[in-house]
Design a protein around this ligand. Structure first.
Ligand code: HEC
Length: 91
């Protein structure tokens, strides 16, 4: 009876600990898009800030820059996900 109680307490505290250290992780596309931008978009100019342009402006500019950076459509999707995320969370 006693040991059962200890097991019960242990599992409750484990649950509590994992809950308190829980941090929502961003979708992979977003973190990969950010990393791509930091790595590939600084060769010709300094890093451009997402906040400095509207979503519409990004939608027009990014495909041009993707070509300049010699990246593909998959990378464009990831970078666009990151841009949308920054613009959405800024509001
Ligand atoms: C091969 C060089 C090169 C690479 C790589 C490059 N850019 Fe550019 N970028 C330019 C040049 C040149 C301009 C300014 C002339 C223009 O707008 O085409 C520019 C301008 C910009 C602008 C400003 C556009 C405007 O109209 O004000 C943004 C935003 C931008 N780049 C984002 C990016 C992003 C994001 C990437 C990575 C996907 C990237 N660039 C990679 C050369 C590059």
């Amino acid at each position: 009876m006693n040991s059962l109680f200890i097991v019960f307490i242990k599992s409750i505290s484990t649950l509590f600990l994992s809950y308190s250290s829980y941090q929502p992780t961003l979708p992979k596309n977003i973190t990969e898009g950010k990393a791509l931008m930091e790595a590939k978009c600084v060769k010709c100019h300094t890093a451009k800030k997402v906040e400095d342009y509207s979503l519409l402006k990004w939608e027009k500019t990014l495909p041009k820059m993707i070509r300049k950076a010699k990246l593909g459509e998959a990378d464009q999707t990831k970078i666009m996900a990151y841009i949308r995320y920054v613009i959405d969370t800024k509001k």
